[in-house]
Design a protein around this ligand. Structure first.
Ligand code: SAM
Length: 290
């Protein structure tokens, strides 16, 4: 594997020849470890029947592995100084499309029509820029593009929050916002030593598989998310306290009546509620929407 882009000697040579400077503002930490890269690729379970979207290819360290396994890889890179580097490092591959763009601003739905075979399932595989992990994930999940799955590296702390189950410290609105659509689990933890430069935190690979339909059925999706977010505003306070803060103290009796109907205790804390409980709660509180 000494010929790999990710090989530390080759990486340093590429960076030096192109006079590349790491940009902190773009969250640039490049992978230099063959074992981690092949583990990520294995976790993604790719085949020549799968298209891949990569966010932030960097110098192509992960991209190279993806290109060997997938039908086609389309990568979005914001840093224009990486474009000539990628043209060089990935020149041997004819199944690679590079787009110089901010993933949060591009019309992704239009972009994916450019896959040679747009009917293949699409997986997102990426070592994400950590400063915008959550915005990117929510942007992709809510894009309505039917991604089959995501295998993405992020700060371990964020991965834990996304995959968290009720009654844990990490469980909150982010866990629910993601798990409503996807089945999420931490695949493995990655030490900071396998990157250059090394980030300040440990990382984890999160695997998220899209559910055939959302985990729970609700009468009003926007209202479900609104009541769920409202319930977590003050984590240490009771559900009743949070609901009163959100929907008005004057509605106390009404809220209590709806909670009783949903068989949810007003003195419980939001972190004790499952996603199914939040669905029941939102449906019961629906008359408060105006
Ligand atoms: N995939 C490479 C690797 O694993 O070595 C690089 C990963 S690095 C953590 C994150 C990459 O995302 C950088 O190349 C950075 O320039 C790029 N990036 C940062 N913000 C971006 C954005 N908004 N849209 C697209 N790419 C972005």
């Amino acid at each position: 594997d000494i010929d790999r882009i990710s090989n530390i000697i080759r990486t340093q040579d590429i960076l030096r020849r192109h006079d590349f400077n790491f940009k902190k503002k773009f969250g640039q930490n490049f992978l230099t470890d063959h074992n981690i890269l092949s583990k990520i690729t294995q976790t993604a379970e790719l085949s020549k029947e799968v298209n891949v979207i990569e966010i932030g290819p960097g110098i192509g360290s992960l991209t190279q592995y993806l290109l060997e396994e997938a039908h086609e890889v389309m990568a979005f890179e914001i840093d224009k100084t990486l474009i000539p580097i990628l043209s060089e490092t990935l020149a041997p591959y004819d199944n690679f499309t590079l787009v110089n763009a901010d993933i949060l601003k591009i019309d992704l739905m239009a972009a994916i029509q450019n896959f040679k075979n747009p009917n293949l399932p699409i997986k997102v595989v990426a070592n994400l820029p950590y400063y915008i992990t959550t915005p990117i994930l929510m942007h992709l999940i809510e894009s309505k593009i039917p991604f089959a799955e995501f295998v993405v590296m992020m700060q371990k702390e964020v991965a834990d929050r996304i995959a968290a189950k009720p009654n844990s410290k990490a469980y909150g609105s982010l866990s629910i916002a993601v798990q409503y659509y996807m089945e999420a689990s931490v695949a493995f933890v990655v030490p900071r030593t396998v990157f250059i430069p090394a980030p300040n935190v440990d990382s984890a690979i999160l695997k998220m598989v899209r559910r055939r339909s959302p985990l729970v059925e609700v009468k009003d999706e926007a209202w479900f998310f609104k009541t769920m977010h409202s319930s977590f505003v003050h984590r240490r306070k009771t559900l009743m306290n949070n609901l009163q803060a959100a929907f008005g103290k004057e509605n106390k009796a009404e809220i209590e009546q709806y909670l009783q109907k949903a068989e949810i205790s007003p003195s419980i804390r939001a972190e004790a509620l499952s996603i199914a409980d939040f669905a029941k709660l939102a449906d019961a509180l629906l008359p408060l929407k105006n």
